[in-house]
Design a binder for this molecule. Structure first.
Ligand code: SAH
Length: 427
């Protein structure tokens, strides 16, 4: 454990400042393991039940925990705040498992949490025939770092924290027992694993992966490649936004940027679009998209596919004076955290400005951001700036978020990473 990090010159200076803390009302809870003591005043976010403890909030660490260990998080008086998973290598030094002093973080704890997440999904009004669903959504389901997506009989686990890594096998066993899937596949290969000091992993955990995997979503069928596809294989979070956008496509010339496996394109084709031009930088994604068009018996003659960088392709379309009635922009994450917000803002502004310029009067821009580092307000401001520079007046028709199987914990606004605006420009 690197104690040095917790006694920086700044910290030492801060120690001489008077502290405004009142006496702690939190109980002292006996514990054999390590304790993280947060600085006076820095317990506030935890009292509001925000589940992250940043390294800069720590006063000291008692004991020598290993990454993944359960630690007790305490206020400056030693009063209990939470049970959390420790990670020496992350800026987020601890992620909270439980706020209950009496809780024991063991396999039964994870069983309870998983049962509760599954029950929450059963209570949603997602069609019976829709068999692609997010079953566990990390912090928002009280399981920081654990994502589980279901694609028909296959569960895909994605692990993004040292704590979830420690309990990986236990959680896989519980999921096997409760859901009885044909396969549990692990896609722990996102870039963010590096920030947590975790190695990349991609492979079968239980059972056998079927040769081909199909899901149904709002009556459309999609082939999902869980081993090589992006994220866990599909962007389930856009399920309802795809349906809504598709319903706006009748008789329209549609441009779908960052189309991946054709999600929005298929909905637009089914919705009666006159033409759909879809662009993505990944050749594999475009192949999957075309297979998905065939799978659904849709009229491929109305579809055009382009393998290109969207930033360049939009400029080319502008120079060619191409016009569309509906433009969809669903780019990858430009800002994983707030630190990247400024650079990301430039990227969003650029594509949205060009998107506005490609619209006919009265046209619709459906624009999304899945960047955790950009909140609703900032996103709207960026898009407003793009409209201004494009010289168009636009109205918000819909404000959109992720589908309800991606719930957002009220005390964890970072969970609301996906935001969308459907805008109509003046005619
Ligand atoms: N709208 C899709 C999901 C989009 S994910 C759906 O509903 O399923 C983002 C996509 O952007 C990925 O397929 C990725 O290959 C693509 N991409 C990333 N950077 C790109 C770029 N600069 N130009 C074109 N495509 C890009």
């Amino acid at each position: 454990m690197n104690q040095k990090r917790h006694t920086s010159p700044n910290r030492r200076r801060e120690q001489h400042k008077p502290r405004l803390s009142a006496a702690s009302h939190a109980p002292i809870v006996a514990f054999d393991g390590a304790r993280l003591i947060v600085q006076a005043g820095r317990e506030k976010s935890l009292l509001r039940r925000h589940p992250w403890v940043f390294s800069g909030a720590l006063e000291r660490i008692e004991g020598s925990p290993d990454s993944g260990d359960t630690v007790q998080v305490c206020d400056a008086h030693g009063g209990f705040l939470a049970w959390a998973a420790y990670n020496a290598q992350s800026q987020i030094t601890a992620r909270v498992w439980s706020w209950q002093a009496a809780e024991k973080i063991d396999a039964d704890f994870f069983r309870k949490k998983i049962i509760s997440a599954l029950a929450a999904r059963k209570a949603l009004s997602i069609a019976q025939s829709d068999n692609g669903m997010r079953l566990i959504h990390s912090e928002s389901d009280g399981l920081p770092g654990l994502i589980v997506d279901q694609y028909d009989g296959v569960l895909v686990m994605q692990i993004g924290s040292a704590g979830a890594e420690r309990w990986r096998d236990a959680c896989a066993g519980i999921l096997q027992e409760l859901c009885n899937p044909a396969c549990i596949y692990e896609r722990s290969d996102s870039d963010s694993r590096a920030l947590e000091g975790l190695p990349q992993r991609n492979g079968v955990l239980h059972g056998n992966l079927p040769g081909s995997l199909l899901i149904e979503e709002h009556g459309l069928r999609f082939a999902v490649d869980v081993a090589r596809g992006q994220k866990t294989g599909f962007y389930l979070d856009q399920r309802d936004n795809r349906a809504l956008t598709g319903a706006l496509a009748r008789d329209k010339d549609v441009l779908n940027c960052f189309c991946y496996s054709g999600g929005f394109s298929l909905y637009a084709l089914r919705g009666g679009a006159k033409s759909v031009l879809s662009i993505d930088a990944s050749e594999e994604a475009l192949q999957l998209a075309q297979r998905n068009v065939e799978l659904n018996g849709l009229d491929g003659s109305r579809a055009e596919w382009q393998c290109a960088d969207v930033f360049a392709a939009l400029r080319k379309l502008r120079d060619q004076n191409r016009k569309f009635d509906l433009v969809i922009l669903d780019p990858p994450k430009f800002a994983p955290t707030a630190a990247f917000a400024e650079k990301a803002a430039r990227g969003y502004k650029d594509i949205n400005l060009l998107g506005f310029k490609l619209l006919r009067p009265g046209g619709i821009l459906a624009t999304y951001s899945c960047s955790g580092g950009i909140d609703d307000d900032l996103f709207q401001k960026i898009i407003a700036g793009a409209a201004l520079d494009a010289g168009v007046d636009a109205h918000i028709v819909y404000k959109l978020h992720a589908a309800p199987d991606h719930p957002v914990l009220l005390s964890f606004p970072e969970g609301a990473y996906l935001k969308g605006l459907v805008l109509r420009v003046a005619g």
